[in-house]
Design a protein. Structure first.
Length: 132
């Protein structure tokens, strides 16, 4: 029995001197392989996040900018048209929507026209009252 204990204690000393055996190392976690996996995961995630961000920018931000720009452009066109109609000749501007056409005229022109028409009517009514 003492022979067996010496064999066991000599085996323990031998293992302690040699360090871990190959079988124990096979069960250890290999860090370089895991590092490659992490870098791969990082780059795939990065590409996926970039694609999602690009889609968001394209669908929401870019389209909103286009809509805002189109609204501003349309407002500027209508402002230019109204300013054109506000000249001294009182030109009309037509606007067409689907199959309807509407001629627009500046309100200032209508007021001037109304004042010009009111003056001869007032003179005509004064002449008729004087004759009576």
């Amino acid at each position: 029995m003492s022979n067996e204990t010496t064999d066991i204690s000599s085996e323990i000393e031998k293992i302690a001197k040699e360090g871990p055996s190959e079988k124990a190392g096979a069960r250890k976690f290999r860090f370089p392989d895991f590092s490659i996996f992490l870098w791969g995961w990082f780059f795939i995630s990065l590409i996926l996040l970039m694609v999602i961000a690009w889609n968001y920018l394209q669908n929401n931000v870019y389209d909103q900018g286009v809509r805002t720009g189109a609204q501003n452009t349309a407002a500027q066109i209508y402002t230019d048209m109204i300013n054109k109609a506000a000249n001294d000749q009182c030109n009309t501007i037509f606007v067409q929507y689907e199959n309807r056409r509407v001629d627009l005229i500046n309100v200032r022109c209508l007021q001037i026209l109304n004042q010009n028409n009111a003056a001869p009517d007032a003179a005509a009514t004064e002449q008729t009252t004087e004759k009576k």
